[in-house]
Every structure is written in structure tokens, then in C-alpha cells.
Design a protein around this ligand. Structure first.
Ligand code: UT7
Length: 335
């Protein structure tokens, strides 16, 4: 019998309607369109403004998009994993609520937090569940309502982040398509470079932490930038080398969308031509756990069965890594 691999067999996505343009940001903080565009590549991002709606709202919409496109019976889903750093509430897991709302009544469900690498780590987790032979359908969702943890008076973070969600379905494959290899890393020495200081077990919420704005994301942009550039390229090169992939063999680079300059530096070091680098940062900014599936959704029609895709991400923690996956379907043959 052929080895079971875990293939992505469907994608779905959702971004909210409200568009926060660079022009609007100019009226909120001391910044300008030219600076943001040239330093990050971002022109606009989407924000969820709906009263009382959290990350689950985005995740449910993305999952429902996938379910509709794939004509999937949600009762067949074995597990729902939501990668997020902005859960609806600290307890209970967002994924459990999402699973119930989409009708995945036979699924177990849990959240996964690895900051901007959450979806990448989730791909490894979903793959391991499929490869075990015990499970047939794993729904992996990357969703973040970043606007809930951003200080819109801080120009070092407010210009970067946006809200969104993407979902993929992993299923067994016996043609050798799907997940091939991964190289994931972590380094806790980086934890203060990108964090929310308060609200956790070290510094529980208090009047003081609200006053000092310690419930918002704070980052040492330069430090994160430097590490992202070197480490994303390093792991991607390892993945290419140990799978004997030349830059010609790689059909697509699907990289975390944090800053266009980080993506360009990574692809340059890998020797990947610009037209093979999927990019939508200009429209959504950095949606944290949602960047990778939003790329798959936006560019789904370009991806062909057998295409070699290298994924790469870097985020708070620090967490980072690269995954090599062979795409398993042609869009025109589906639906
Ligand atoms: O997924 C992981 C999440 N985070 C990241 O990946 C973020 C990684 N870091 C970055 O993308 C970049 O470091 C930023 C976009 C955050 C900042 O870009 P930078 O090129 O590192 O800018 P900088 O902080 O070194 O600032 C350069 C100049 C400074 O002015 P002076 O001192 O040279 O006069 C800043 O005060 O640009 C100024 N500046 C701004 N100007 C207009 C900083 N932020 C802004 C701004 N608008 N928003």
C-alpha cells in the first residue's frame, strides 16, 4: 500500500468589509502613504467592525466558504484546529465554538497559538493527524482579529496589522501529493521583541495595565525584521536542500505577509523569481494566522496539481519555519 500523505483538498477565506486605507491612517497617527508603502508594501487592511463579533466570526465565515465550495458535509470533519492569537475569550477555545457553529458535530476541536507561525505549525499538526491513519478530514483555520489588540495611536503596529481568516481541509492522499517535509523552529529569547505584556498569568489585568496600554501588541520592529529576514531564508534553504529542490523546481513561495521587504529578502536568498512569490500584503496587511490560507485562497486558480510549494513564516516567540507541500488539485476540476 502506498504511504498516506496529507493533502490540502479545499480552501476558503473571509475578510471583513471595512477597509482601513493608508490615507485614513494618516488622519489617525503621524504617518503617510508613501512611508507605509515603501517600507512595508501595505496599502490597506480589513477591519472587523461588527459589534460583539470576535475571531470566531471570521473563522466561521472562512470555514463556511470552504464547506460550500467543496460541497462538504461538516459531520464528516474529524477535527477543527483554529490557529489564532486573538481567541474570542481566554477560556474556552474558539475552535470548539466554531466547530459547533459550522455543524462539525463529530469533531474534536482546539486552538493553537504560535503567533504569526500558527498556521504553519497547524499544517504540521493537521498532517500528523492524517498520517496517523486515524483521521480523514482535518479542518485547519487561521483567523485573527488583530484590530482587537492594536493601539491605533501606535504607528509602529497600527500600519501593519489587519483582520482576516482562511481555512484549508487536509485529507489522506496516496499519490504522493500533499505535505512532504517541514522544518519548524522556536527561540524563546525573542519573546520580549513582540508581545502583549499584560492579561496573562505574569501580569493579570488591572487598572494600571489598562492605563499603561499593556494589553496591546508591542514590538521592537527592527529586531523582529532582522530575525525574520535571516531565519525565514535559512529554514527555506534547508527545506530546498534536503528535498533537492532547485529554485526552478519551486513553483510557488507562500510566505507570511508581514512586510514586503521581508518577503523579497527571503525570495532573493532562495533565488525564487518574483512571479512565483504569492503576495497580497498590499490589500490585507499582516493578518497573523490568516496570511498563508488567504494567499492560497486568492491564488487558488493558479495552483496546479503537482506544483511544488514552499511555505515560510516567522513570528512572535520567536517561532518560524518552512514546509514543502505538493499541491493536490486543479481548481477547474473541482466544484
Ligand atoms: O509577523 C511578525 C510581525 N511583525 C513584523 O514582521 C514587523 C517587522 N518589522 C517591520 O516590518 C519594520 O521594522 C517596521 C515596518 C515596523 C518599521 O520599519 P523600519 O524600516 O524598521 O523603520 P524604523 O522603525 O527603523 O524607523 C525609520 C524611520 C524613523 O525615523 P528617523 O528616526 O529615521 O527619523 C521612524 O521614526 O521611520 C520613522 N517611522 C515612521 N514614519 C512614518 C517609523 N514608523 C513610521 C510610520 N510612519 N508608521
Amino acid at each position: 500500500m502506498n504511504k498516506i500523505t496529507a493533502a490540502i483538498t479545499a480552501v476558503g477565506a473571509y475578510v471583513p468589509d471595512f477597509v482601513l486605507t493608508n490615507k485614513i491612517l494618516e488622519t489617525m497617527v503621524d504617518t503617510n502613504d508613501e512611508w507605509i508603502t515603501s517600507r512595508t508594501g501595505i496599502k490597506e487592511r480589513r477591519l472587523l467592525k461588527k459589534e460583539g463579533a470576535g475571531t470566531s466570526y471570521l473563522a466561521i465565515k472562512a470555514a463556511q466558504d470552504l464547506i460550500k465550495k467543496r460541497n462538504l458535509d461538516p459531520k464528516e470533519i474529524d477535527a477543527v484546529i483554529v490557529a489564532t492569537i486573538t481567541p474570542d475569550v481566554l477560556v474556552a477555545a474558539t475552535a470548539v465554538y466554531v466547530a459547533s457553529e459550522i455543524g462539525a458535530e463529530n469533531a474534536f476541536a482546539y486552538d493553537l497559538n504560535a503567533a504569526c507561525s500558527g498556521f504553519l505549525y497547524g499544517m504540521t499538526t493537521a498532517t500528523a493527524l492524517i498520517e496517523s491513519g486515524r483521521f480523514k478530514k482535518i479542518l485547519l483555520i487561521g483567523a485573527d482579529k488583530m484590530s482587537s489588540i492594536i493601539d491605533y495611536e501606535d504607528r509602529s503596529t497600527s500600519i501593519i496589522f489587519g483582520d482576516g481568516a482562511g481555512a484549508v481541509l487536509f485529507e489522506p492522499n496516496t499519490e504522493g501529493l500533499g505535505f512532504i517535509d517541514q522544518y519548524l523552529r522556536g527561540d524563546g529569547a525573542g519573546r520580549e521583541a513582540l508581545q502583549i505584556k499584560a492579561g496573562g498569568s505574569i501580569l493579570p489585568p488591572s487598572v494600571e495595565t489598562v492605563k499603561t496600554k499593556d494589553h496591546f501588541v508591542q514590538q521592537d520592529g527592527k529586531m523582529v525584521f532582522k530575525n525574520a529576514v535571516s531565519r525565514m531564508a535559512e529554514v527555506s534553504e534547508v527545506i530546498m536542500q534536503r528535498n533537492n529542490l532547485s529554485h526552478d523546481d519551486v513553483n510557488w513561495l507562500v510566505a507570511h505577509q508581514a512586510n514586503k521587504r521581508i518577503i523579497d529578502a527571503t525570495s532573493n536568498r532562495m533565488g525564487i523569481a518574483d512571479e512565483k512569490v504569492l503576495m497580497n500584503i498590499q490589500r490585507y496587511g499582516n493578518t497573523t494566522s490568516a496570511t498563508l490560507p488567504l494567499l492560497l485562497s486568492d491564488f487558488e486558480s493558479k495552483l496546479k496539481k503537482g506544483d511544488n510549494i514552499v511555505f515560510a513564516a516567522f513570528g512572535g516567540g520567536f517561532t518560524w519555519g518552512s514546509i514543502y507541500l505538493k499541491w493536490a488539485y486543479n481548481t477547474e476540476h473541482k466544484n
